[in-house]
Design a protein around this ligand. Structure first.
Ligand code: SF4
Length: 355
């Protein structure tokens, strides 16, 4: 744990006041801030775990309009939950949210403490602290990537950090020491907001920072270089997929519910799983990075021959989905986008045929 300097500890009340006053003037409007409840806080925190706030807002509004509280969500079918989540990625969050709603709806009232919220699958220390402090005013600190950056710069922590989760553990005690016991929810949101908008990655805007007078990195002039992380090994991989259309329908693979990734979601089938060989160049080539792996996705447009169609009919995970109904299908964002691009170009196969 980074040691707090005595002089800095004496400044904690002044730091809290400065940060909360700044937040009062600069808080960005967000639908879950305008109307606070345990349910809305849980939904917003799970949605924003790996998603930009601007992307999450329309999803949050559609979600809470359809399922306004835990009891409504508890009645939902997994397929409709996944369909509404489609495009946000990391679909285990949607299934965890549905299971959490079923458990909470069976209780007399929602849990109040971070320790209790940690019991739910998919709720880690950060999310539990956010829910308990924002919805129930428990004085526990939230430590996300933004807070790590602010604290590393504020305290001038220059040691190399292994990864995000070990950094969060390292700064947890310091964050708990700083959190305002009277307004923990606002304080936590203020720290995250400061990291997102002022103490940003790269060059921070120290002239606008309410904590500037207490900041070690600002005085040392090396804020831009903090926090420091050990660099990770990056990998590359190639995935070949099959774009198959027939009579206005698209061939998709529905992952089983016990699948390790994208369980219950549909995706463009991997070429080798269909028992066919590609002919010619792929119709689309797209790159994307998940964690430390960069994937080159080669999407081949295929003719569907009668023998292939008969064989695919025996594969219980394959299904033909109406091309007009892709918006309502539980399909991941990149796959939906690639199909849209391909169809908008006429969905041609290697032989130039249209579906
Ligand atoms: Fe970050 Fe600058 Fe504020 Fe320090 S003074 S916390 S580096 S924005």
């Amino acid at each position: 744990m980074p040691a707090a300097k005595p002089a800095r500890n004496a400044s904690i009340p002044a730091m809290r006041r400065a940060l909360l006053a700044w937040f009062g003037r600069n808080r960005r409007p967000m639908p879950w801030r305008e109307q606070v409840s345990a349910y809305r806080t849980v939904v917003s925190e799970l949605m924003c775990q790996q998603t930009q706030i601007a992307t999450a807002i329309p999803y949050f509004e559609r979600w809470t309009a359809k399922w306004p509280d835990f009891k409504d969500l508890a009645q939902a079918e997994e397929a409709e939950v996944l369909a509404l989540w489609a495009g946000l990625g990391y679909y285990s969050r949607a299934r965890n949210l549905l299971n959490l709603a079923k458990q909470v709806a069976a209780l007399k009232q929602p849990p109040r403490t971070a320790v209790e919220w940690r019991e739910f699958k998919g709720v880690g220390p950060y999310t539990a602290a956010a829910i308990a402090s924002i919805a129930f005013a428990e004085p526990v600190a939230v430590v996300d990537g933004n807070v790590v950056r602010v604290l590393a710069r504020l305290d001038g922590v220059r040691a190399k950090l292994r990864d995000a989760s070990s950094a969060a553990k390292l700064f947890a005690a310091r964050a708990d020491e700083l959190v305002d016991p009277k307004q923990p929810g606002d304080f936590n949101q203020a720290m995250m907001e400061l990291g997102a908008t002022v103490c940003r990655k790269g060059v921070p805007d120290c002239a606008k920072c309410p904590l500037a007078e207490w900041c070690d990195a600002k005085q040392a002039g090396d804020a831009q270089a903090l926090p420091r992380f050990v660099s990770k090994e990056r990998k590359e991989a190639v995935v070949e997929r099959a774009l198959v259309a027939r009579e206005g329908k698209i061939l998709l693979r529905r992952n089983p519910h016990h699948a390790k990734r994208l369980a219950g979601m549909a995706e463009i089938p991997v070429l080798s799983s269909l028992g066919v060989e590609p002919a010619g160049e792929p119709a689309l080539v797209r790159r994307r990075t998940i964690g430390t792996v960069t994937y080159e996705e080669k999407l081949h447009a295929l003719d569907s021959k009668p023998a292939d169609i008969r064989r695919w009919a025996k594969d219980g995970e394959l299904e033909w989905v109406d091309a007009q109904a892709l918006d309502g299908a539980a399909l991941s964002g990149p796959h939906r986008r690639w199909l849209g691009e391909w169809l908008s170009r006429g969905g041609r196969t290697a032989r130039g045929r249209r579906p």
